[in-house]
Design a protein around this ligand. Structure first.
Ligand SMILES: NC(=O)c1ccc[n+]([C@@H]2O[C@H](COP(=O)([O-])OP(=O)(O)OC[C@H]3O[C@@H](n4cnc5c(N)ncnc54)[C@H](O)[C@@H]3O)[C@@H](O)[C@H]2O)c1
Length: 413
């Protein structure tokens, strides 16, 4: 009996996920969590991409993701996960043990990062210093080589880059940042003051057209010059500063006051957090980036200026469990003044890790569909969404729903 030769099933796409700041609390929780989900040891709670929102979209399965990254501290993901378990209790020891081999193997994909113009606090907290032995151009060449080698060694169809490094002090912008030509000149002149590490990471991703997700508030990554590079190389990108806690609640709650025509007079927020991130944010220069990020949305949502303040203090014993207390003073009918308060107690990395996995999948989808430029439909994930002034969480969510609906339609055709 003649048999028709069976068609060989297409091998699933393999997606590389490159994490700048690889052994940090967030990156480690993300990698450990992703492997736990793949091995059936955890549920994908917290991922919007696992809900009806993304039904029938060709999103990369977590099992096809291969992790790698750049880091300036030593160690590996197994040691970092153990440390998180001891400090924070979020990655149970049994899970760390079950995944130790996976984590050790993946850690082979982590390469030494760059440390440029990082500021004294990041140097002190990470214990890493710029050795000034290589020029900016040499460092950039190395970053690109690392990314290409990762792609080749793991036979990856695509790579998404995510910046999860420590929050840098705000970089004072200068003419060197206004155009790609001026920026490249500054690189060639080895002008270290014109860049920070995040600028080099973003530039390396842009040069290789790898989608770039900027999860921190560091302004040095998405400089106009780098955005020009993204446009030139057709690179999709998103940022800045993940919206995971107090600001998420603010952006969901402020519209309520707007809808009911209750005038907000004052919104005071006070955050306490520990961990390495908290230690970095204890420095006023590094904190400035975060505060700008957390404070800007209220006048935009409400449509009028108000008295507001965001405080952030470092409380080491909290580790990754942060607390935010917000006080809202508002005026209603007959000018009567009332108030509300809320307390948000979240674990930073547990809140952020699933968001980063969502962002990676959406960035990869954009790449598959040939989209480029700022991914404004991802605004709901960020405190300072790029190229949109929409901060209202409900409106941002609708932007994402509309985008996924459009893509579902395309997938059906
Ligand atoms: N909920 C959240 O966790 C959340 C929300 C929004 C933004 N963020 C931002 O995400 C970032 C990561 O948060 P985290 O809690 O993991 O902080 P973390 O301090 O634990 O991790 C940062 C990691 O980056 C590494 N690093 C610093 N400079 C580097 C460089 N130049 N190159 C390579 N690696 C470098 C550090 O060694 C560390 O491992 C922070 O900037 C934080 O503000 C986090």
């Amino acid at each position: 009996m003649a048999t028709t030769p069976r068609k060989k099933a297409a091998a699933p796409r393999r997606l590389g996920v490159w994490l700048f700041g690889a052994y940090g609390g967030l990156a480690t929780t993300l990698v450990t969590g992703a492997r736990a989900i793949v091995r059936g040891l955890a549920t994908p709670h917290g991922l919007a991409t696992e809900t009806e929102l993304c039904r029938d979209l060709p999103l990369a399965p977590i099992a096809t993701m291969v992790f790698g990254g750049h880091e300036v501290r030593g160690g590996d993901w197994a040691a970092s996960a153990k440390d998180i378990h001891q400090q924070n209790g979020t990655l149970p020891q049994a899970l760390d043990r079950a995944l130790a081999a996976d984590l050790k193997k993946l850690s082979k994909n982590v390469r030494p990062g760059v440390m440029v113009n990082a500021g004294a606090t990041i140097e002190r907290v990470t214990g890493a210093h710029d050795s000034h032995t290589r020029t900016l151009r040499q460092q950039l060449d190395q970053l690109q080589k690392d990314l290409l080698a990762f792609q080749k060694a793991n036979r990856l169809d695509s790579v998404v880059c995510v910046n999860l490094t420590s929050t840098e002090p705000v970089l004072k912008t200068s003419p060197a940042h206004r155009s790609l030509a001026a920026f490249e000149q500054a690189i060639d002149k080895d002008d270290q003051k014109a860049v920070r590490s995040s600028s080099l990471y973003a530039y390396a991703a842009g040069k290789l057209s790898l989608p770039f997700v900027h999860f921190t508030p560091s302004n040095a990554a998405l400089l106009p010059a780098i955005r020009e590079l993204f446009a030139l190389t057709g690179t999709p990108y998103a940022g800045m500063d993940g919206k995971t806690g107090e600001t998420l609640v603010k952006s969901a709650l402020a519209p309520m006051f707007l809808y009911r025509n209750l005038r907000v007079l004052t919104w005071q927020g006070y955050n306490i957090l520990g961990d390495r991130d908290g230690a970095v944010l204890a420095d006023d220069e590094n904190k400035a980036a975060k505060i700008a990020s957390k404070d800007a949305l209220l006048p935009q949502i409400l449509g009028y200026p108000l008295h507001s303040h965001v405080g952030i203090d470092y409380v080491p014993s909290l580790h990754d469990h942060k607390t935010a207390w917000d006080f809202i003073h508002f005026e209603g009918f007959l000018g009567h003044r009332m108030s509300m308060q809320f307390v948000w107690q979240g674990c930073d990395a547990i809140l952020a890790a699933p968001l980063v996995l969502d962002l990676v999948r959406f960035a990869d989808l954009a790449r598959q569909r040939g989209e480029s430029g700022p991914m404004t439909h991802l605004a709901c994930y960020f405190k300072q969404p790029i190229d949109t002034t929409t901060h209202n969480l409900h409106a941002q969510w609708q932007m994402l729903v509309d985008y996924t609906n459009r893509h579902r339609e395309k997938s059906r055709r």
